[in-house]
Design a protein around this ligand. Structure first.
Ligand SMILES: [Zn+2]
Length: 130
């Protein structure tokens, strides 16, 4: 169970400004369907946010960085919140120190550790079997 509000979860994935834009766009899309009078009390914001989170989930868009290790190399997947300044992303510099994939190829969550080093976290795809 995620204890963050849907709006906070959305902002964590796409950034605060884009989250506000998405929620507003969702509100605008919902309004003609159900009537503005039905949408008071933040219900529209909530509905739009929950739908947006579902879409991100279907599209497999994470708030975290991911790295795909293939036999011929690796590719970093940046979260949406990072894409406005991807060249400035500290993970790119940390990745220069990567010296090979883990024993199992696949997609892993990753981050820059407190010491500035590249950290590979849990495996995302394919699911670990053990
Ligand atoms: Zn990044």
């Amino acid at each position: 169970m995620n204890e963050k509000t849907p709006a906070r979860q959305l902002a964590d994935v796409v950034g605060d400004d884009k989250a506000r834009t998405i929620i507003t766009a969702g509100w605008d899309a919902l309004r003609p369907l159900v009537g503005a009078e039905q949408l008071h009390g933040g219900v529209a914001d909530y509905a739009a946010t929950v739908v947006a989170l579902a879409v991100l989930d279907v599209l497999n868009i994470s708030k975290n960085h991911r790295i795909e290790f293939r036999a011929d190399g690796w590719t970093i997947q940046h979260p949406l919140a990072c894409r406005d300044d991807m060249f400035g992303c500290p993970l790119n510099r940390a990745a220069e120190d990567l010296n090979g994939p883990p024993s199992d190829l696949g997609i892993y969550e990753c981050q820059v550790g407190q010491d500035g080093c590249f950290e590979v976290l849990g495996r995302v795809v394919p699911e670990a079997t053990t």
